[in-house]
Design a protein around this ligand. Structure first.
Ligand SMILES: [Zn+2]
Length: 247
């Protein structure tokens, strides 16, 4: 039996048996793991409010050889999403991060850049400001998974966009120029192309003072989310919720 203490973020929980929960946890050291929290709903001392998805915790757990599920012993809260006001908008953004990571991260494959991206997104996601962190997060996940095409030139012919719109299609990789555009493609404006380049050069906090209504870079957000969905080969439930909010 190996005992761990790891920084982690709670992704999801499922009830099993009476008071036990299965918890999906994104740990900094071991990547995504799943464990059993015995009597979790009875034991406030061991888990308190720490099982809420997107809670940043220090997790104490034990690993047995050849067992897929670890034994979760206790969590200490580092930062809770419930310490700020949660309205429907903010809840939708937090649920989006959780679903994307639950779907995308392979088990037991640490990814420190994704972990840091998530902590930044949690820090920046406020009731009045979800569209910047959601856009930044989705675009960077696409890039960190190796799925982000060049935003400066056409994927097919290599021509620079040079201030002209780029186009994409929900069922194809890449960004293309008008010559190589398919029917019914979507447009990525020159402003959003420039913003994507800034997003890849600057930390999320650099954008925190900028006004970011949901209309800003909505094309870039759709591009990033459709890219994630195409690679996952399924719709993200939480992206539908964001779309209903106008995202
Ligand atoms: Zn082209």
């Amino acid at each position: 039996m190996i005992v761990h203490q790891a920084e982690a973020v709670v992704l999801r929980t499922w009830p099993i048996h009476e008071a036990d929960l299965i918890v999906s946890l994104f740990t900094r050291d071991q990547g995504k793991i799943k464990g059993i929290a015995k009597s979790a709903s009875k034991s406030r001392r061991r888990f308190g409010g720490a099982l809420e998805p997107m809670t940043h915790v220090l997790a104490n757990y034990a690993e047995k050889p050849r067992q897929e599920l670890v034994r979760l012993d206790s969590f200490e809260i580092v930062a809770s999403p419930l310490s700020n006001s949660v309205d429907y908008t903010r809840a939708a953004a937090l649920a989006f991060y959780a679903e994307v990571l639950e779907e995308i991260l392979p088990d037991r494959d640490p990814h420190d850049a994704v972990f840091r991206l998530l902590l930044a997104a949690l820090e920046q996601t406020h009731t009045q400001n979800i569209w910047m962190p959601v856009t930044y997060f989705a675009l960077w996940i696409l890039r960190l998974m190796g799925w982000m095409p060049d935003v400066m030139r056409c994927t097919v012919g290599g021509e620079p966009f040079a201030g002209r719109p780029a186009y994409w299609h929900a069922h194809a990789d890449g960004l293309v120029c008008i010559e190589h555009k398919r029917l019914a493609g979507s447009t990525l404006s020159p402003e959003s192309q420039a913003l994507a380049i800034r997003i890849f050069r600057q930390p999320m906090a650099a954008f925190s003072e900028e006004a970011w209504p949901r209309s800003r870079a909505a094309d870039l957000r759709r591009f990033a989310i459709q890219g994630l969905e195409r690679h996952l080969e399924r719709r993200l439930t939480t992206a539908v919720a964001l779309a209903k909010l106008g995202g």
